[in-house]
Design a protein around this ligand. Sequence first.
Ligand code: PEP
Length: 251
Amino acid sequence: MRKAFVAGNWKMNTDNHSGVELVKGIKDAAQANSSKVDVAVFPPFVYLQQVAKAAEAPIAVGSQDIYFEEKGAFTGEISSAMLKDVGCVYALCGHSERRHVIGETNEIVNKKVKASIDGGLLPVLCIGELIEERKAEKTFEVLTEQIKKGLAGLTAEKVSAVTLAYEPVWAIGTGLTATGEQAQEAHSFIRKLIAEIYDETIAENIRILYGGSAKPENTAELMAQKDIDGLLVGGASLKADSFSAMIAAAV
Ligand code: PEP
């Protein structure tokens, strides 16, 4: 049985004070629902340490990105050891904004997934199609390539550390949410693909989150889908009230 997982990606938002207030503000909802829902927040790098200190169990903290080298002359980059050192448990890998704004390739994302696992972090591998790809009926092709390349070289044992996040790019930050049916179709495809690449047990156990304008109003519909195990939430995770409502509705 897969436990629900609700994760808040704060992107380049919050500040010194508001991030700490935000994580404190979701404590009650996270604690009240902890037997049924795992909760994590992904603050900007510079606030990770203080948010991790303020985050009371069971809230976990993750990074929005990671670099794949262990240390050395990589100006501006952050290693898995540094992230662990400041209290991170998870690392987002291949968020669509990193793929499409910063230009990360599937090969880079794969290195980040591997570096996360090797460094003792739990990667959340983000995948999803652009609107042009959906219109051209290439959604499954894109997802197949992102998954096969993103997980390339990972043994069955290592892939058990991975959470997948299906985030159709056209739904991220646009207010356009995939319908429950659209999301379920993609999630079911992803789970079958994992069974083909690995096996049925791994496919049954891997958590697949949905992301893309998820909010309190559509949480129940999305979470009612058989293959949706949780949500990766951007905008609606920036308000303690709305994120708390989503945690409560995700059980
Ligand atoms: C995201 O950043 O992963 C995301 C899904 O954003 P939003 O919920 O704002 O669409």
